[in-house]
Design a protein around this ligand. Structure first.
Ligand SMILES: [Cu+2]
Length: 69
């Protein structure tokens, strides 16, 4: 299991945090996602054989937020 913290911009409330959390945890290979509104970030535990940070960022972007590198 690996862990990465990605930037997540565009969140404005707890609903956004819930959206991003659900988006990330629904991905195959993701076991845990801790999303912080204050830090504009998400710390994700994932299986590197199933998914990588680029795919995590892409999923966040697809959900309507921005996840710059
Ligand atoms: Cu919101």
């Amino acid at each position: 299991m690996s862990e990465v913290t990605i930037k997540v911009q565009g969140m404005s409330c707890g609903g956004c945090v819930g959206n991003v959390t659900r988006t990330l945890t629904s991905l195959a290979g993701v076991s845990k996602a801790e999303v912080s509104l204050e830090q504009a970030s998400a710390t994700v535990q994932y299986d590197p054989e199933q998914i990588d940070p680029a795919a995590l960022r892409q999923a966040v972007e697809d959900a309507g937020f921005r996840a710059p590198q």
